[in-house]
Write a protein that binds this ligand. Structure first.
Ligand code: ACO
Length: 428
């Protein structure tokens, strides 16, 4: 590794800054010691040029449309892996050997049930509560139910909390759905796969046996894998920031869920499907394309564009293929899918979208699939949260174990008043 440095000149003084090399991807200018040597901060709202941590979990090359988990390309994982394998890979760094996979799968399955008193907690929500509101509340509340896994200084407790979070998230998401439609909660069935169990808890009822459709199960497996982790996105950074203060893992994941809820992040799948429905038929697409390009109109094409990908989001390609498979299996033709395909073609050939490098992202087709499977739009972001929990947990564990990690504490460019004296109310 060659030792490089960068030179920063401010008011006639030069400052040497070390340049760090990653295993792949751009080098990083290390500015940790800059403030102290010089009386300046760096300014980067939105962190467009700032690495907030080092990580060995996920690598993205946005220009080339590459996404790797621990080095493995996402399309290979989505095609060949189980979700349990990917969860293990994210957490432990290597694909598991058969015995390791069996043990991990067994451990997760032993944590799928929720403390029975949590059912009462659910019943405190209004019936029309958004599932993400319920998930924020219930996941945060896990810290009140599982005291024996909140000591973050104990690696064993950290691992138990991680297993609990991955295992319980499908149960929580399914219960949020059942509660909203007034059906009884379904207990987990550990003889099923992670995805099969989730489908049964969501769509099954106690009065009848539920048979998992293998095509739908496979689509859910892919959706979960495609959403499992995505480097230092807003919700993952939120989990890390919350965790950097020493907060317990359940509280940190609840913070991640809150961040994911926004329409610029995880809420985009819901927003994308609503937009496709609103467009309704291909002949109305030009009107919406014109609105997306109009600077005076806040409308954006939902499911298009990405902070990092300036090329096709590799996850979107797998989603498109899955959408076709699911609709074929269900024998459905969905006008929304026709609108989506046509919209994609028109946008990809439009100079505005070409120049700004705006391509479909993972959320563009996921809504079409989830809708065909039978999930109401309000559930979409909860499914994303369920799958992303594995990534959040892996990133949180990596952060806690990193000796260089400090409490996250950004600085600011202050633009308010300078010091001034208090004026009594009668003299203002
Ligand atoms: N439709 C129309 N124009 C767009 C879109 C879009 N979807 N996305 C970006 N642009 C334009 C912006 O108006 C801006 O134009 P300008 O340079 O003339 O001002 C330019 O492209 C750059 O956009 P920014 O908002 O600066 O890019 P940023 O990286 O901050 O935003 C984001 C990325 C939030 C994803 C944005 O593309 C967007 O809002 N997309 C729609 C929402 C969405 O699909 N989010 C899901 C992201 S993926 C995920 O979270 C899993």
């Amino acid at each position: 590794m060659t030792e490089q440095s960068a030179k920063l000149a401010i008011a006639g003084t030069d400052y040497q800054l070390p340049v760090l090399e990653g295993s792949v991807g751009p080098d990083v200018v290390d500015i940790r010691k800059l403030y102290g040597q010089a009386d300046v901060f760096t300014y980067d709202p939105g962190f467009t040029s700032t690495a907030a941590c080092q990580s060995a979990i996920t690598y993205i090359d946005g220009e080339k449309g590459i996404l790797l988990h621990r080095g493995y390309p996402i399309d290979q994982l989505a095609e060949k892996s189980t979700f349990m394998e990917v969860a293990y890979l994210l957490m432990h760094g290597e694909l598991p050997k058969q015995a390791e996979l069996d043990k991990f799968t067994y451990t997760i399955s032993r944590h799928t049930m929720l403390h029975e008193q949590l059912a009462t907690f659910f019943r405190g929500f209004r019936r029309d509560a958004h599932p993400m509101a319920i998930m924020c509340g219930v996941v945060g509340a896990l810290s009140a139910f599982y005291h024996d896994s909140t000591d973050i200084t104990d690696p064993e407790q950290r691992m138990i909390a991680s297993h609990r979070l991955i295992a319980k998230m499908p149960t929580i998401a399914a219960m949020a759905y059942k509660y909203s439609i007034g059906q009884p909660f379904m207990y987990p069935d550990n003889s099923l796969t992670y995805t099969g169990n989730f489908l049964r808890m969501t769509f099954g009822v106690p009065a009848e046996p539920y048979e998992v459709n293998p095509v739908i199960e496979n689509a859910m497996r892919r959706i979960f894998i495609l959403h499992a982790d995505h480097e230092q996105n807003a919700s993952t950074s939120t989990v890390r920031l919350a965790g950097s203060s020493g907060a317990n893992p359940f509280a940190c994941i609840a913070a991640g869920i809150a961040c994911l809820w926004g329409p610029a992040h995880g809420g985009a799948n819901e927003a994308a499907l609503n937009m496709l429905r609103e467009i309704g038929e291909p002949k109305r697409i030009p009107e919406y394309i014109a609105r997306a390009k109009d600077k005076d109109d806040p409308f954006r094409l939902m499911g298009f564009g990405h902070r990092v990908y300036k090329n096709f989001d590799p996850r979107a390609k797998v989603m498109k293929k899955t959408a076709d498979e699911v609709l074929k299996e269900l024998g459905k033709s969905d006008p929304v899918l026709d609108v989506a395909k046509e919209l994609e073609q028109i946008a990809l050939n439009d100079s505005y979208f070409i120049e700004k490098k705006l391509y479909p992202n993972v959320d563009f087709y996921s809504g079409v699939i989830l809708n065909a499977i039978g999930f109401p739009t309000e559930m979409f972001t909860s499914l994303f949260a369920l799958a992303r929990t594995t990534g959040w947990v892996a990133q949180w564990n990596e952060m806690i174990a990193d000796p260089e990690q400090k409490i996250g504490r950004p600085r600011q460019l202050y633009v308010g008043e300078a010091a001034r004296d208090y004026v009594p109310v009668g003299q203002r």
